[in-house]
Design a protein around this ligand. Structure first.
Ligand SMILES: *[C@@H]1O[C@H](CO)[C@@H](O)[C@H](O)[C@H]1NC(C)=O
Ligand SMILES: *[C@@H]1O[C@H](CO)[C@@H](O)[C@H](O)[C@H]1NC(C)=O
Ligand SMILES: *[C@@H]1O[C@H](CO)[C@@H](O)[C@H](O)[C@H]1NC(C)=O
Ligand SMILES: [Fe+2]
Length: 409
C-alpha cells in the first residue's frame, strides 16, 4: 500500500471508529429512582452532547425525552454525565431506549410485586474481577432483577484519571443497561476530591442525600436502605457534619419504615464497612473504626442501636474480601442455631465482599467469632430471593465452584 493510501485508510478508520469512540454514549446504566417504576438512565460522553434519548414499549413507537447534563473535570479529563428520568413506567413491560444509535432494553417489575431476586456483593474491581462474567451472564439471563453493589467499585473509579472507572462501567454495561444497578460508596470511592467520581457517575433515589451517599426505596415487600460508612471512615478529611446529617435522616427513615410494616414488612440495609466479621485483617471488626460505626464514640452516634430499635431484618456489608453469614446478633448478643433465623429477634448480617478485586486472599481469624454461622473465602456473590412477606432465601454463589451454591439459608 502506498503511503498516501495508508493515510486515507487511517483517516477513514478514524472517522468510522474514532469519532464514535470520542462522542458516542458509553457506560450506559439504569437504576431505580423514586420507585421501581421510575428509572434513571445515565451515560457518559467525552464531547458535549444533548442529554436526550427516545424510549417506548416497542422500537416502532418511541418518544423523545431530554434530561440534564452534568459536566465535570477530573485529572484533566472532562466528562459529560447525562441523566434522563423515565417516570411512571408501565409495570411488567419491556421497554426499549435509544441513545444516539445505540438501543438498549429493560423490563419493569410487576405492579403487585411480591417476589424477586437481587444480586448483592461488594468489592469488585477491574483487575481480578472474578465474579464479573458470571454477574453479566446471570443478569442478562434474568437470574436476578437488580444488582446492589455495596461499595468499592472498579478499584478505583478514579484510577488513571478515571479511565479505570470508564473501563469498569463499559465492561458491566451489557448487564447494568438492562437491570438496575444500585450502589453506595466504599472507602475506595474516596478520590480525595469529595467522592467526585462516584457522585458524578451514578444517580440514586433522591430520598436521603441528593449526592448518592444515602437513600431508601420500597421495592415490593422490602424497604431498602443504602448508607455511607465512609462519613465515619473519612471524618478527619471531610468533617463530621455528614455523619450527623445521615444519622438524623436514618432515625426518621427507619422509624417511618417500622411503622409501615403492614404494607412493607421487611427492612434490609446495606453499608460498605461491616459491624461484625471474623477475618484476620481488621481484627474481627473490633477496630476502632468498626466500633465507632457500630456503637458510636466521643459524641459520634453509632448506627447499630437504630437497627435494633427499629427491628431491621437484614444488614449487608462488604469491605472485608470474604463471605460470612452471621447468626442474628444485636450489640454482641447472638442467637445461635437454624431456628434463630425463624422470626429472628436481632438483625441478620451478611458480609459479601468476595466478588473479586486486586487484593485477594483474605485470611480468616483462626477461631470464628461466636456470631459467625458460615465462612468462605471463595470468590462470589450473594443472591437474595424475596419469596413473599414472610420468607427470604440467601444463596452464596461461588466462582471457584463454577457458580455453584456454597451456602443457603
Ligand atoms: C425524536 O428526535 C429525533 C432526533 O432529533 C427526530 O428525528 C424524531 O422525529 C423525534 N421523534 C419524535 C416522536 O418527536
Ligand atoms: C462534599 O460534597 C457535598 C455535596 O456532595 C457538600 O455538601 C460538602 O460540603 C462537600 N464537603 C467538602 C469538605 O468539600
Ligand atoms: C412464602 O414462601 C415460602 C417459601 O417459598 C413458602 O413456603 C410459603 O408458603 C409462602 N407463604 C405465602 C403466604 O405465600
Ligand atoms: Fe473497602
Amino acid at each position: 500500500m502506498k503511503q498516501g493510501d495508508m493515510k486515507k485508510l487511517l483517516a477513514i478508520l478514524f472517522l468510522v471508529f474514532g469519532v464514535q469512540c470520542l462522542t458516542g454514549p458509553e457506560q450506559v446504566h439504569i437504576a431505580f429512582y423514586t420507585s421501581p417504576w421510575d428509572i434513571s438512565v445515565t451515560w457518559i460522553t467525552f464531547e458535549d452532547a444533548d442529554p436526550a434519548l427516545s424510549y417506548g414499549t416497542s422500537t416502532a413507537s418511541m418518544q423523545n425525552i431530554t434530561g440534564t447534563t452534568n459536566t465535570w473535570k477530573f485529572g484533566g479529563i472532562i466528562r459529560h454525565s447525562h441523566v434522563v428520568i423515565l417516570n411512571s413506567l408501565k409495570p411488567s413491560s419491556q421497554y426499549y431506549y435509544q441513545i444516539g444509535s445505540r438501543v438498549f432494553t429493560f423490563r419493569t417489575l410487576s405492579a403487585n410485586l411480591k417476589s424477586y431476586k437481587v444480586c448483592v456483593f461488594g468489592d469488585l474491581g477491574v483487575y481480578n474481577g472474578r465474579s464479573t462474567q458470571s454477574i453479566i451472564n446471570n443478569g442478562i439471563a434474568g437470574k436476578f432483577d437488580f444488582i446492589v453493589h455495596i461499595g468499592d467499585l472498579a478499584y478505583d473509579l478514579h484510577s488513571d484519571n478515571g479511565k479505570l472507572g470508564d473501563q469498569y462501567m463499559n465492561t458491566l454495561e451489557p448487564v447494568i443497561s438492562r437491570i438496575p444497578y444500585m450502589v453506595i460508596a466504599g472507602n475506595h470511592e474516596n478520590d480525595n476530591a469529595n467522592f467526585t467520581n462516584f457522585k458524578n457517575r451514578f444517580v440514586m433515589p433522591p430520598t436521603g442525600s441528593d449526592d448518592n451517599q444515602f437513600y431508601s426505596i420500597d421495592i415490593g415487600p422490602v424497604h431498602w436502605v443504602g448508607l455511607s460508612t465512609e462519613y465515619y471512615g473519612f471524618e478527619e478529611q471531610y468533617g463530621n457534619t455528614p455523619t450527623f446529617t445521615q444519622y438524623n435522616w436514618l432515625t426518621k427513615d427507619l422509624e417511618a419504615a417500622n411503622k409501615n410494616r403492614d404494607n412493607v414488612p421487611w427492612i434490609t440495609l446495606y453499608q460498605h464497612r461491616p459491624f461484625y466479621c471474623s477475618v484476620e485483617e481488621g481484627a474481627d471488626c473490633t477496630l476502632y473504626e468498626n466500633v465507632v460505626l457500630r456503637h458510636g464514640a466521643l459524641g459520634i452516634p453509632g448506627l447499630e442501636q437504630e437497627y435494633i430499635k427499629n427491628s431491621v431484618d437484614i444488614g449487608f456489608a462488604g469491605h472485608m474480601h470474604a463471605y460470612e453469614r452471621m447468626w442474628p446478633v444485636a450489640d454482641l448478643k447472638y442467637y445461635k442455631g437454624e431456628e434463630a433465623y425463624h422470626n429472628p429477634v436481632a438483625p441478620v448480617y451478611i458480609l459479601t465482599g468476595s466478588a473479586g478485586c486486586h487484593s485477594s486472599g483474605m485470611k480468616f481469624s483462626p477461631i470464628p467469632m461466636p456470631w459467625s454461622a458460615h465462612r468462605s473465602d471463595d470468590y462470589g456473590y450473594t443472591v437474595m430471593t424475596v419469596a413473599n412477606t414472610t420468607h427470604i432465601l440467601f444463596e452464596q454463589i461461588s466462582i471457584n465452584k463454577n457458580g455453584g451454591v456454597i451456602d443457603s439459608v
